[in-house]
Design a protein around this ligand. Structure first.
Ligand code: AVJ
Length: 313
């Protein structure tokens, strides 16, 4: 199996910079190789991981209202589409004119889309394998009118608030003004710490496997020699910063080497692998306004654990 990025220098530089920084980090986008995407699918089925289920409940409960608000026949651009299940749930009510799933996990996306084409032969689909965190520049074959940027699952929470603001602005620029475009976002909300902690440190250890698998992916991309059993999963809510943090913690003093570099870790030292920011409805409304989205509609589940948000410039 050939990894698309094995010769990719920007990727290696980014990984190397993260690993050699005083506070080591790996970007959460490196969770998503084929196995990582499958492990994320498993996370979504865990009893502790409420976001996927809660968001699906909102989609189902408000399907007609969502469709009436978004409008039919949009060019649906699905950011981080993964298995495309969230978009597919909306197809019957939204009837998109074109479906454009984008994901960094190339093979996983191809498989998902080929299954989807058989189920929905009337919807034109164009999958794009790319890292959209770097740029939202889309090929000219993607329709410009009536665009809907679909960013569900609270993935926007992976960005720090200032980066989320920038990303929202980038989406706004990708919409043609006056042509009825908009964004449909899934946003996870602040709640009791125990609920959040459990969602990111589940009893079965699936989230731990997902986190540690990033090291196997990095080994392939960078040629490094991480041994996964040297690393312990940490996942917890940090209430001061209103975010989940995931880290990998060294179980002993060790040195990781790769071609052109190395890094020594002391026992207990961590690699920061993910932030997942949790919002309040008011805090998120402010962010939308700052990003230039004047009109917003929000839908909630009965517990107000999660929010679906449609916004237009
Ligand atoms: C895909 C970024 C929305 O933050 O909840 C799940 C990723 N990390 N469990 C999230 C994730 C650990 C997920 N997002």
């Amino acid at each position: 199996m050939q990894d698309d990025w094995s010769e990719n220098c920007p990727v290696r530089n980014e990984l190397q910079d993260g690993l050699t920084a005083a506070a080591a980090s790996i970007s959460p986008k490196y969770f998503y190789d084929a196995l990582g995407s499958t492990l994320f699918e498993a996370i979504c089925a865990l009893p502790e991981y409420y976001p996927t289920r809660t968001e699906a409940q909102i989609f189902d409960q408000h399907a007609d209202d969502i469709a009436a608000t978004v409008g039919k026949g949009v060019t649906m651009i699905d950011l981080g589409a993964g298995n495309c299940a969230k978009a597919a749930r909306l197809f019957p009510s939204l009837q998109p004119r074109q479906y454009v799933p984008i994901d960094i996990s190339t093979e996983f996306l191809r498989d998902a889309v080929s299954g989807l084409r058989q189920k929905f032969p009337a919807i034109p689909m164009q999958e794009i394998a790319m890292d959209f965190s770097a740029s939202l520049q889309l090929p000219s074959t993607v329709g410009r009118e009536n665009r809907l940027f679909f960013y569900p699952g609270s993935s926007l929470g992976n960005f720090a608030p200032d980066e989320a603001l920038q990303f929202l602005r980038r989406m706004r620029h990708g919409l043609q003004l006056g042509e009825g475009g908009g964004v449909l976002l899934g946003i996870d909300l602040v709640k009791e710490k125990a609920v959040l902690d459990a969602a990111y440190d589940d009893a079965l250890g699936v989230t731990a496997a997902f986190n540690r698998n990033a090291l196997l992916h990095v080994n392939r991309l960078l040629g490094s020699d991480f041994a996964v059993d040297d690393w312990q999963h940490r996942g917890f809510f940090n209430p001061e910063l209103s975010r989940i943090e995931m880290h990998l913690e060294a179980r002993r003093d060790l040195t990781v080497t790769w071609c052109g570099g190395e890094r020594t870790f002391r026992r207990g030292e961590r690699i920061h692998t993910e932030n997942s920011y949790k919002f309040t409805p008011d805090g998120f409304s402010d962010l939308l306004r700052q990003a230039g989205f004047g009109q917003a509609r929000m839908w909630f589940d009965p517990q107000k654990w999660f929010m679906l948000c449609y916004a237009r410039p």
